[in-house]
Design a protein around this ligand. Sequence first.
Ligand code: 6PG
Length: 252
Amino acid sequence: MFTQSVEVYQGPEELARAGARRVRQAAAEAAARSGVFSIALAGGSTPRRLYTLMAADPEIREAMPWSRIHFFFGDERHVPPANLESNYRMADEAMFQHLAGERLSIHRVPAEQADASAAAALYGADLERFFTSQRALEGGFPRFDLVLLGMGTDGHTASLFPGTAALGEEEKWVVANWVEKFKAYRITLTLPVLNNASEVIVYVAGAEKAPIIAKVLEPAVDGSTYPVGMIKLRSGHKRWMLDASAASLLAD
Ligand code: 6PG
C-alpha cells in the first residue's frame, strides 16, 4: 500500500530548490530516527542542479547530516567513473567535490568492470553489506530511506527501460540490463528494491516529458505500462516533483 502526491513548481530552479529541501528534511528525519540516511541518487541531467544546491546553498548544506548519509546510485552506465556518461561523475562534479572536509560515504557502482554482470554483483554485495549491517531489510530486500528517480520520454526510470529484461526481475537487487537502443548495458536497481523504499521522489522537468506524465498520472489509465508507473511502493510514499512544463498536460 502506498500513498502518492504530485507537487508542481514554477520552473527548474524552484523545482531544484524544493527537491534539495525535501532531501534535507528526509535526511534529518532518518538520521534522527536511525542514525543513518540511505539515499539512491538519480542519474541523467535533471537532478544536477538539485545536487549542486545541496552543497552550494548554505541553508541546505549546513543542515545536512553529511557523515550519516550513505549515497548509493539507482543506476549507472557501463562506463568508468571518469567518463562523461557516468552518473557518478555528474554527482561528483555537482556535489561531492564541493564537500571538502565532510566525511562522505559514497557507494559507487564499480561500472569500470569490463563485465557488466560482475559490476552488478559487486554493487549488490555492497548493498547487502550495508543494509544487513543496518538491519534495514524488509521482505528480504533493502529498504532505502529515499530513492530519487528521473524519467525518460519513454517512461523509463533508473535503467528500467520499456521491454527490457530487468523489468521482470523479482529476486536480484541489482542487474546488468541490456538496452538495445543504446547497444549497451546499464547497471540498475530492480523493481523489488525500488518498491521497497520508504519514499521515492520522481523528479521530472521539461515539456518533452509532459505526455508521459499525463498518461501515467491519468486516473483512468493503468500507468504501469510504463516502468515509472510500475513504481508502486509496498509501504511508502511516491512523491512526484515536477516543473510546470512537465506537468503542463495534467488535467486540472
Ligand atoms: C540515467 C538515469 C535515467 C534518467 C532519465 C532522465 O542513467 O540516465 O538514471 O533514468 O533519470 O533518463 O534523464 P534526464 O534527466 O537527462 O532527462
